[in-house]
Design a binder for this molecule. Structure first.
Ligand code: ZN
Length: 85
């Protein structure tokens, strides 16, 4: 492994690969959606890039599929709250 290696992740909406730190990790913890800025929480995660369009499109269907979990209204409210502007 090269020393300059930086982990890359894919935005679940636009499928663009970016460095992990440029993406926001969403993770399921105890059955609730949480934003994980540290990227260290255990659980099934999904990544979103910084584009507001991706956050707006990352609705119930996309994230429910990525996280294998049916999002609640509260989770959708959290997403809206976290959407970059
Ligand atoms: Zn994206």
């Amino acid at each position: 492994m090269r020393s300059k290696y930086r982990p890359q992740r894919t935005c679940v909406v636009c499928r663009e690969k970016r460095e992990k730190r440029q993406l926001t990790r969403l993770v399921m913890v105890n059955g609730r959606l949480q934003v994980d800025p540290s990227g260290k929480l255990n659980g099934r995660g999904a990544y979103l890039c910084e584009k507001p369009a991706c956050w707006k499109e990352a609705g119930r269907a996309t994230l429910s599929r990525a996280l294998r979990y049916e999002l609640h209204e509260d989770d959708c409210a959290l997403l809206r709250q976290m959407t970059p502007s």
